[in-house]
Design a protein around this ligand. Sequence first.
Ligand code: MOS
Length: 712
Amino acid sequence: MTTLTTATTLHTPAVGTAHTRIEGRDKVTGAARYAGEVPFADLAHGWLVLSTVARGRIRDLDTESVLAMPGVLAVLEHRNAPRLTTDYTSLLGMRPDPTCAVFQHDRVPHLGWPVALVVAETSEQAREAAETLVVHYEQEPHDVGFGAGHPDAYAADGHMPAVTEKGDLDAELAAAAVVVDAEYTTPEEHHHPMEPHAATARWDGGRLEVTDSNQGATWVVGELANLFSLDPAAVRVRSEHVGGGFGSKGVRAHQVAAVMAATVLQRPVRVVLTRRQMFSLAGYRSPTVQHVRLGADTDGHLRALAHRSLSQTATGYEFVESSAGVARVMYDADAHHTANRVVRLDVPSPTFMRAPGEAPGSFALEAALDELAEKCGIDPIELRLRNEPDRGPVSGLPFAGRNLAACLREGARRFGWGERDPRPGRRREGRLLLGTGMAAASFPAGAMPSTASATAHPDGTFTVRISAADIGTGARTALTLVAADALRTSPERVRVRIGDSDFGPAMIAGGSMGTRSWAWAIRVAAGELRERLALGTGIPPEGITVRSDTTEAIGALAAAERHSYGAQFAEVAVDPGTGEVRVRRMLGVFAAGRIVNPLTARNQLRGGMIWGISMALHEEAVRDRVSGGHVGADLAGYHVATHADVPRIEADWIEDTDPDDPVGIKGIGEIGIVGAAAAVANAVWHATGVRHRSLPIRPDRILAAAAEAPDA
Ligand code: MOS
């Protein structure tokens, strides 16, 4: 037995100091194994066969010849696959995404729908056989035509109420001295994390074990247990390293198909998605059409604010890209109307994608604010400051720390906003037109119940276990710093183990709530462990373990408007000859709670801002109305910002410790992208004098708009 004295030694806080990723060396040397690489004895490989029609029925599959091909073990399809339970409530009270419930019927709801899984001894054999499989369809006419005038659009809730209405909108718009009435559009966008989705399923002594790449083991266990009617305790999901998620890595077709095949064959089966398959199986961000109307007095005071958004969803599933939600937080008005609407089309279900709602919503709202500033002759930052609400514009709840104004002022100072000539089209450099723009940002700051355990070992080290997912954010490292402080020890003495559902239920890496929710649970467990050790208790060989559950503490939080905030600034150069827009520099200043690890936090925020550049200028998945599928469904056809597109980007923050969180955290996963595209678009207007209300701002759009401009 050893007695530990760390509790009384002087402790230098680890939270707030830069720390490189704990698993960084493993990742760059290849020692870190991802879901598709973990070796298993007797492993079989499944390859999904996707539909080539956008709507209809499967009439037949010529499985016989495929079964005779080398190495082929099975072909699972709707006539022979195990039955699933699908009438349960999933995450956020939603129904399970029917894309997961594969091989249950002969209907084809969209192009790229899984119609079969071919399982073989090797991945190559499975692929060869899958590509040979002939599927006969009864094709039906499909509709993938998203647009503002679609007759079947309806108001839909999603994760927030569909409609909010306060005051007489028409009266306030009529009484307003200045009105902006504009439509903004954003295209279909895809997450495409670096690591494709991959899962291996196997039965081990009556327990289902899934080695997976996901954003939350607890989530995947829950869905698989429901779908396969299993006791959740009989399912174990592990995901040690995850190469990005952004909302796309929940339960999807490949895990379910892998479990089915492992069950039928009684051996481990791996299913990996290809980059192309991800376009129809991994979810995506819906395109949006957003109508924003603002009415203001000459001093910029908002009398009217209306934000209506339309997005698309699948025929069998309702997912809402809640773009109008951001207006419910950002600005008040005497008349304040917001609505989220959807239209059901023959397309895959969209899903959560980094800052769902806020990312496209902030583009429309913050671009409209810029138009209003121009019309009022008021500086866009001053316009926002004049419209700072003192309570939630829709909820009426108090704000729990709203530091937007501080972000705007600090950002303006650092960016050199004061020297800006507000008139557009004035700055030139050779043939280039230069401009600057800004936008404001907010994203919800919440916490969800989690459980954790902390163990003290006789050698003076500690192990913390939590079913967290580090999807590339640096969560593992941040949690180590939090644990070290709670234990009053150094991070080197703490091992944080994550990515295993057997560690108990915990929040997913999502909604910018992962690190905060996990840190809270770790703080409680580690804090209690330290108190136990302070009593001078001896530590037995198996250690002393304390468990925590934050359900009660988080449930006791008072209702309030809880958000992170940010101010985004961009400078662009536009080439009027080629239509090319290049971002020259960006600055983001955020109020996002206490920053646990400045190194990885800056990385997160900059990543969001880079995605904003990508959203403003590059990303667009083009759906072909005739086939119902994508044109160029790969990373050659789907453009994203790469090194040459990304200039000097500065992300920084102001002091914003959350008083209601034990560590002071708010969450930084999503705020970085919010407003970033609007800042770029507003800078393009400042450079050229032309408003671009449709993303991405492609060269052809710059050239077409310039040709139409009156002084062209
Ligand atoms: Mo995120 S879209 O909450 O993974």
